[in-house]
Design a protein around this ligand. Structure first.
Ligand SMILES: *Cc1c(COP(=O)(O)O)cnc(C)c1O
Length: 366
């Protein structure tokens, strides 16, 4: 195998255990985007074995893939534009989120044809101005009341915009708006079974926002929601689940003055041994990273040299390296540069690094 992502499922179990010890809420494991690049089905199964009771996806096809794999736990798919395969969702007992009358109507229409009541979660926009009901609120309640026999109201939910800034007033304001909308709903007789508001950041820092269920994403994978405002995942005793290794295709001596890679953007300042690693931007390395990061070999850092190519990159192993072609180097995680270091070097967030590791890189589980 020229490269692989190693996913440590015991880290997922450990992280869920950590979270469970800090809340009474039920845990919905967020497994969208191929479980943040870690692999949808293996992560979902281990999460359920480790105490999560719900699964959450963005897309409907992700939820359907879980059902196809034989997973029977409650699942919600919360990002479904009009004209998705709602018949399949309803048949496969997948909870849907509604945040517009248009979508609500369409789902009820499909459900009627099937003679099955859909399980719905009402999403309200409490300040983020992304998902959720906003301007339609009064009409939405009227619609929900009119058709209340045609669906099961399971959940009531919203999403924080700044939970990774625990001191921001924005969070308290959003929660207040959430409570107000919930009161308006209960005032007309609705009793949502499951109220959910918190993502990982709120889970770790805003206990009053846990309600019945928390939607656990990045922290389940052992990473911090925001390294700058909340610190590393280790602050919360989380263990990163992902690490990546790739083989050296070649090891060669090069001279001071040699220009390396496309554009010859880097000129060697000393004689050294270069390692050509079979892992490039098409595998998910951000091309915008500089030589702030690189790989690890035998406990030593080998910084990137020059531009990352599509399928490979070049690292400086140092003149005395004993590395040989065919040896594995650690590209990120494990004993190498952390996912957070890669994210920082690329001026992005750890979420983007892990979700962009390409599907052509095999995932290996232990
Ligand atoms: C992705 C997502 C989450 C999980 O967020 P994390 O920051 O990874 O914990 C929770 N809720 C919704 C609606 C999401 O889209």
């Amino acid at each position: 195998m020229r490269a692989f992502v190693h996913v440590d499922l015991s880290a997922i179990a450990h992280n869920i255990g950590q979270i469970k010890s800090s809340t009474n809420a039920e845990i919905l494991a967020v497994v969208k985007a191929d479980a943040y690049g870690h692999g949808l089905v293996p992560v979902a199964i281990r999460a359920l074995e480790s105490g999560a009771t719900w699964l959450g996806t963005a897309l409907l096809e992700e939820a359907l893939a879980l059902r196809s794999a034989g997973i029977n736990a409650p699942i919600i798919a919360w990002l479904t534009p009009p004209h998705e395969n709602f018949a399949a969702a309803i048949k496969w007992n997948i909870d849907l989120s509604v945040s517009s009358i248009q979508l609500f109507e369409e789902i009820l229409g499909k459900a009627k044809e099937l003679g099955i009541k859909p399980r719905l979660h009402f999403e309200v926009d409490t300040g983020m101005r992304r998902g959720g009901i906003l301007d339609q609120w009064d009409d939405f309640i009227a619609f929900a009341l009119e058709y209340r026999d045609e669906y099961t109201l399971v959940g009531f939910w919203s999403h924080f915009a700044r939970a990774d800034e625990p001191d921001s007033d924005f969070n308290a304001n959003q929660q207040l708006e959430f409570e107000n909308k919930l009161m308006a709903l209960t005032a007309v007789g609705f009793v949502p079974e499951i109220i959910h508001l918190s993502n990982s950041a709120a889970l770790l820092s805003i206990p009053p926002a846990h309600y019945h269920m928390v939607r656990l994403g990045i922290a389940m994978y052992g990473l911090s929601p925001d390294v700058k405002t909340m610190g590393q995942g280790s602050v919360f005793n989380l263990r990163p689940a992902m690490s990546i290794k790739a083989k050296l295709h070649l090891v060669k001596n090069a001279k001071a003055g040699d220009a390396v890679g496309y554009g010859g953007t880097e000129i060697l300042t000393r004689d050294t041994k270069l390692g050509i690693v079979v892992f490039g931007y098409s595998d998910g390395l951000p091309r915008s990273t500089s030589n702030k990061v690189g790989v690890y070999y035998d406990g030593c850092r080998a910084p990137l040299v020059g531009r990352i190519s599509m399928d490979q990159c070049v690292v400086d192993l140092g003149l005395n390296s004993r590395a040989r072609a065919g040896d594995y180097v650690t590209v990120m995680g494990g004993d190498g540069y952390t996912i957070d270091e890669w994210a920082d070097a690329a001026n992005t967030i750890n979420y983007e690094i892990v979700t962009r590791i390409a599907s052509r890189v095999p995932r290996i589980y232990s």
